[in-house]
Design a protein. Structure first.
Length: 236
């Protein structure tokens, strides 16, 4: 039977504030966003999709495709802008297993489900999942569009953002999990001062639509899929 699952993420609205000489990002309280643990400029929006009705009926949920919609213009304002290191990272992840903040932070380095690099000198919690657990994934690296509708980077102004990297890594693998864990994580640059740096960040709401269907699998195949889902879900 066909299904359509929808995930809604809210606005991210930041403004540079706080007493000098150490400005902080002030987060709009109405955007349902929290700071990512272990970071000073990372943020996470999260929700769950309840699939327990399907698991109670011993049904597997499959996916044909996934796609995203954005509800506005992604925009920055600044006093001055440093094009070398003031971009924004965004990673949207829908997983059949939960991720803790350390694993979400690692997703800024390497998207989950890929083979991570192993550096004994750097302690990174990559998590114990592979591509099959990442139902939907989209990683973007955003910079101001300096060609159209932008002021000069060395003067006060602003511009719409454009993606210089836009990577899809959705597996669309079937799942017997009783829940999908949905994350939108964002990493911004340090806030600016009254004289230099980024002044505001405005990232509009985002919607992910999953074109899904339910199917009754053979018992052994279904039980193995269910067992693996519960094992991974209990590791976090």
């Amino acid at each position: 039977m066909d299904r359509q699952l929808v995930v809604e993420f809210p606005w991210l609205l930041l403004s540079a504030g706080g007493p000098p000489p150490a400005p902080i990002w002030e987060l709009s309280a109405s955007t349902d966003t929290r700071q990512l643990a272990g970071t000073t400029t990372g943020y996470v929006q999260e929700m769950k999709l309840d699939l327990s009705g399907y698991t109670q009926s011993d049904l597997t949920l499959g996916f044909r495709r996934s796609f995203t919609q954005t509800g506005g213009i992604e925009y920055l304002t600044w006093q001055t802008f440093d094009a070398e290191d003031e971009g924004i990272l965004e990673n949207v992840i829908i997983s059949s297993v939960p991720m803790n903040d350390a694993q979400l932070g690692a997703a800024f380095v390497s998207c989950p489900g890929f083979t991570p690099y192993n550096d004994p000198a750097v302690a990174i919690d990559w998590g114990n999942f592979n591509r099959t657990h990442i139902i939907h994934g989209n990683f973007r690296y955003l910079f101001p569009n300096s060609t159209i509708g932008s002021t000069a980077f060395n003067a006060k102004g602003g511009a719409a953002l454009m993606a210089i990297t836009d990577n899809e890594y959705s597996s669309l693998e079937p799942t017997a999990a009783d829940c999908l864990y949905c994350y939108r994580i964002l990493l911004v640059s340090d806030p600016g001062t009254a004289l230099a740096g980024i002044a505001t960040v405005s990232l509009p709401p985002k919607r992910v639509i999953l074109d899904a269907f339910t199917v009754e699998e053979p018992e052994l195949e279904y039980m193995m899929r269910l067992k693996r889902s519960y094992e991974l879900a209990n590791q976090v």
